[in-house]
Design a protein around this ligand. Structure first.
Ligand SMILES: C[S@@+](CC[C@H](N)C(=O)[O-])C[C@H]1O[C@@H](n2cnc3c(N)ncnc32)[C@H](O)[C@@H]1O
Length: 336
């Protein structure tokens, strides 16, 4: 079998180049040995050392993810993997359980072939820390973690290694956007790369203030503002919202609080900054709505206000029995 011989370090880049040029022979498996890798080719390729060695044939040309992993994983394992896919622009992030770690490369390559995206990354940790990002391990394709994700017509640029972003919140963002009235003054206290502000300001003539403590996230939001045609305006601030907002001279008709693990600790700030009859879109992780409703109630009571709960919903499941829940509350001054 005619193969290109390359040092192992160059195997992935060479493979991608040969695939892109249509020169790779997809009917045989790539072989990796101590120092060199061997990529089957179907023609003479300039600029590379060509050798003739035996390679294992692919069983058959696979068309879908299950076929690509047939014989390697059980049907249940394949189905579980498939539901773990998060596609962000031309990047796929997947979760590989501990007992399949020895097959992560085969899975990554299959996901690349199946999704035809630029890169496949594997989750290496939970989302953690103040800036809510996770460790990722590159598995297959091209190791470039910057991408542009399209959501409801918006273009959102981000680096999956540096900022928080979840495509699974798209329906929630659309729902919030649809409930926004023209002319609203909105504060997004934990805006990240700005999916709420961008989706809302593309559709509504509103005035949005967006804050995040993660500098790369604010830099991407500033780029996203330039990249999208907006009806409304977005002003960005980088820093801790408790400190940054101390300088705000205005109150807001709506405050978005999507930091579900800790948003409750900022409710005093939100309740102080909300206009009379303004809406707080509050989020938390919980197995019910009661805890969040109580927290909203308590924060309002402390400030001499009342809250009328307008809507509660489950945004997404986070673990068995626990949800990322949304609670919309209208804040009213007592006796007003
Ligand atoms: C769960 S992410 C949500 C991002 C965005 N709203 C979205 O839907 O993609 C929470 C964000 O809050 C930011 N953050 C955490 N603590 C903060 C603070 N004290 N002040 C401002 N931003 C904060 C993090 O950097 C992160 O980008």
């Amino acid at each position: 079998m005619k193969c290109v011989k390359v040092p192992l370090k160059q195997l992935n880049d060479t493979r991608i180049k040969l695939m892109e040029n249509g020169q790779m022979n997809m009917e045989y498996r790539i072989k990796a040995e101590d120092e060199f890798g061997y990529i089957p080719v179907n023609e003479d390729v300039n600029d590379y050392e060509l050798v003739d060695i035996e390679l294992e044939p692919m069983k058959k040309v696979a068309h879908n993810f299950s076929e690509l992993l047939e014989g390697e994983l059980s049907n249940d394992e394949i189905e579980n993997l498939r539901t773990s896919f998060d596609t962000i622009g031309d990047i796929v992030i997947l979760e590989i359980p501990d007992d399949l770690q020895s097959k992560k490369q085969i899975i990554g390559d299959a996901a690349l072939k199946f999704t035809k995206r630029k890169a496949i990354y594997m989750k290496k940790s939970a989302i953690k820390g103040t800036i809510r990002i996770r460790d990722l391990e590159f598995l297959s394709g091209t190791d470039d973690s910057v991408t542009i994700h399209k959501e409801h017509g918006a273009r959102l640029k981000l680096d999956v290694r540096e900022v928080y972003f979840s495509p699974r919140l798209a329906t929630e963002r659309k729902r919030v956007m649809e409930s926004v009235k023209e002319g609203e003054k909105i504060l997004d206290m934990f805006c990240g790369i700005g999916p709420f502000p961008i989706v809302i300001a593309r559709n509504k003539n509103v005035d949005i203030t967006a804050v995040d403590i993660n500098e790369p996230a604010i830099n991407y939001l500033n780029e996203n503002i330039r990249m999208n045609k907006l009806k409304g305006t977005i002003t960005t601030y980088c820093g801790d919202v408790r400190e940054v907002s101390a300088g705000f001279k205005t109150k807001f008709d709506r405050i978005i609080m999507n930091l579900p693990g800790l948003a409750y600790t900022f409710l005093d700030v939100a309740v102080d900054l909300i206009e009379d009859n303004g809406i707080i879109n509050y989020y938390e992780f919980s197995d019910s709505y009661e805890q969040g409703i109580k927290r909203l109630n308590d924060a309002c009571k402390q400030a001499g206000k009342e809250v009328e709960i307008i809507n509660c919903r489950k945004v997404k499941s986070t673990s068995p029995g626990e949800w990322h829940v949304a609670i919309d509350g209208k804040v009213i001054k007592k006796n007003s």
